[in-house]
Design a binder for this molecule. Sequence first.
Ligand code: NAD
Length: 446
Amino acid sequence: MPWYFMERQPEAARKEYPGASTPMAGTSDAIMGSMPEFNASKRYILITGAGGFIGQELTIALLSAAPDIELVLADVFKPPLPLSKNNTTNTETDTSRVHCIEADLTRPPIVATLLNSKKWHACYLLHGIMSSGSETNLEFGLAVNIDSHRLILDFLRRHQPGVIVVFPSSLAVYGPPEGTEVVSERTIALPQSSYGAEKLVIETLVNDYSRRGLIDGRVVRLPTVIVRPGRPSAAASSFASSIVREPLRGEKSLLPVSRSLEMWVCSPETVVRNLVAVKDVPKDRFGRNKGRVVNLPGQTVKVGEILEALEEVGGKEAVGLVEEKVDPRVEDIVASWPSRFDVSVAKGLGMVEDVSLTEVLYWACQKSDDCWPKMMHGMLKTTIILDRSTRYTSMPSKPPKQNPLLLNPPIYLCLLILLLFRDVWSGHRVQSILNIASRISDSFTP
Ligand SMILES: NC(=O)c1ccc[n+]([C@@H]2O[C@H](COP(=O)([O-])OP(=O)(O)OC[C@H]3O[C@@H](n4cnc5c(N)ncnc54)[C@H](O)[C@@H]3O)[C@@H](O)[C@H]2O)c1
């Protein structure tokens, strides 16, 4: 039994590592959930850590990519069906192609049962403990980020040789850049965190097993993905999403690094499009003796530029909700990651580039139910939230600014009533409301 089952109660562990799920004490070695019946016309794809942020997005994208794909989602808890929420079409069809399994992948019998259950077309190994989580607890990070991955890779190489394995690594494998150094796949990786070191160990194994022809691995080093929905994660870079997500919900947020800090970031849509595409790259395109590592496209931004984009989408009020208080521990970790990348290898393999930062934020706002600029501007949910299943086949464009008074029937009705009663009660307050309304309306006139 792994040490953390004996020493740590799951609830306490969950509190200690917010956002990172922990294996649960007392679970049996059986996998929980039903596996799909075998159908020779289907391509079975496994996503581990599928209850997490990227796993949920990837599920939607893979379902949209091809009708013959059947997905098995595995996580320490039964992963939710991403299409059961905010989806307008194809719910039944799509969810029937998704099978959710509760499985702690640090347990060898569970790994064997899960992997043995299908002949996999591809396996996405997304489960893991993020940067702050694995820095705080070395044993925990080693167990999940190394031991469980080795278990899976060894099982696959022995029982399903040649299977496609996609491993999301991170820019955290690199050490601090030299000034404005541009890093590439050829830059020596000297990680400055346990998370980065653990990722590098698995990268090396995936490379070596692929060199031997035991598996067909693809290692993609992801930029920091923003804007992440939900609660803050155990990643040191979590603030890069919080300083957008919380203010756009009208909530306060803390910025623990200086505005001048540069980061390498990317939207979830672009990262997920590239994760889908990378499994289809013919293996000989990676080049003999060059390994399977690819730095995915992203963009270099100063943290201050994220705040400028926030102002464009949410106004001064949104930026006013961000409190700046440098936490040297967080700043040190994030500053140790490079922020300028040469992505020519990725582009050569057909990976797509990211959209502008403002578009990334507009897109995050469109996806969120409680994004207040969207509500203020009277954007109707049905017209603005794009069908989640088509999100990965059509990229977003910045929505035009809209006059809230014209689009919002309740405000329009109130103004009409005020107008009607202006003659009856021509007090100062009514006149001021009408003046303000007219100023808002003018500001939206092109
Ligand atoms: N989000 C980013 O910005 C980013 C950047 C670089 C790399 N990555 C990598 O991409 C992958 C997915 O990232 P994410 O943001 O979705 O992370 P996440 O924390 O949202 O999801 C990780 C999932 O792994 C699961 N997990 C942990 N231990 C497990 C175990 N023993 N068995 C089964 N499942 C387990 C967790 O429950 C969680 O749902 C990770 O490997 C991460 O290192 C992410």
